[in-house]
Design a protein around this ligand. Structure first.
Ligand code: KG4
Ligand code: ZN
Length: 339
């Protein structure tokens, strides 16, 4: 019997250089190099710094993935790469590398959508994805609610953030509270010591768009609340602010995701992206899905953040379905649409 396809997946859409190798539904390697520390002093990802770091990390990360998997390039059946959306210069490094590997090895190239890959990665942990499913993707770069009839095909956007991404809101609020970058994990930690009901922060609604998100009003409300305390010469209860802010974000994200499942008659919700590591989001999602009979699928945090395995996991499906590879002149598309 022939082996299932072995795919090397390359991800460089933001600040993580990820190279994953997947054979069928088995994760063989998930090598990662991150430039996050280089961005810390700027309080956010600097595109040029990220691109340069990808250039330096690309080939060593491919070698590390191959060595972790105990394979050589000759064992790879196809190359998959994030073609968009993401930072233009960062994407370009991964796409150029993927083309070079595909061309030199004489293997097919598959350019994939980053958001679809975030959804597809769950198959490595929980098996084949049911069709359809709803996906909530929340990270530093995106906050999207998607209807996914089939992860290898067009995906429908039900809603997205109209301003800040959820992770961006965590990072900015962390900054207001004097916590390090990236702020999500620090807010999560501070919140465990705080009272989530201490402050009633706003749950932003987007007019005529029940599944969209807005976080800029919430971010401003937190900043105003903290400023008012400081002006009054009072100490800021960092843990309570963190817990109350986190509650507002987790509440809005899970309420809209569950409502989307109900309205579309979908019984599976997949949550991915860096913010999916948030402990309150995970707990509230579980409670609300349980209450509505929705199956919740959340990959472990390492597979929720940007990585190469998710690209390879989607690549395997494209190869198995016999879909047409991408042309070798495929472009990196920073604003790639879903369908
Ligand atoms: O998916 P990711 O690694 O990269 C992209 O932005 O694409 O997500 C990073 C984001 C950051 O904004 C970070 O603060 C947030 O995910 N994050 C968290 C947690 N861990 C990471 N946000 C809330 N709670 C967490 N535990
Ligand atoms: Zn992402």
């Amino acid at each position: 019997m022939s082996l299932p396809p072995t795919i090397l997946g390359i991800e460089t859409s933001c600040d993580e250089t990820g190279v994953g190798i997947v054979r069928g539904s088995e994760l063989l390697a998930d090598a990662l190099a991150s430039s996050v520390d280089e961005h810390a002093r700027f309080g956010g990802v600097v595109p040029e710094v990220a691109s340069r770091a990808h250039l330096e990390a690309m080939v060593p990360t491919v070698h590390r993935a191959l060595s972790d998997a105990g394979l050589t390039l000759a064992d790879i059946d196809a190359i998959a790469v994030t073609a968009g959306p993401g930072l233009a210069g960062a994407l370009l490094v991964g796409v150029a590398a993927a083309k070079a590997y595909a061309l030199s090895l004489g293997k097919p190239l598959y350019g994939v959508n980053h958001l679809s890959a975030h959804v597809a990665v769950d198959r490595l942990v929980h098996g084949d994805l049911p069709q359809p499913c709803v996906a909530l993707l929340v990270s530093g770069g995106h906050s999207s609610l998607l209807l996914v009839p089939d992860v290898t095909g067009p995906v429908e956007s039900l809603g997205a953030t109209v301003d800040d991404a959820a992770g961006e809101a965590f990072d900015k609020v962390a900054r207001v509270l004097g916590l390090p970058f990236p702020g999500g994990p620090y807010i999560d930690r501070a919140a465990t010591e705080g009272d989530a009901a201490a402050i009633d922060f706003p749950r932003g609604l987007v007019r005529d768009s029940p599944y969209s998100f807005t976080f800029s009003g919430l971010k401003t409300a937190v900043a105003r609340w903290v400023e008012a305390k400081e002006r009054a010469g009072e100490s800021v209860p960092v843990n309570d602010v963190a817990a109350s802010f986190q509650e507002a974000v987790a509440d809005v994200l899970t309420a809209r995701a569950v409502a989307a499942c109900n309205e579309h008659g979908v019984d599976t919700l997949v949550i991915g992206g860096g913010v999916a590591a948030n402990s309150r989001l995970r707990l509230l999602a579980e409670e609300r899905c349980d209450a509505k009979g929705i199956t919740l699928r959340m990959p472990p945090p390492k597979l929720c953040t940007d990585n190469g395995a998710m690209v390879a996991a989607l690549g395997v499906l494209l190869v198995e379905r016999g879909l047409e590879p991408s042309p070798l002149d495929i472009a990196a598309d920073s604003s790639m649409a879903l369908a």
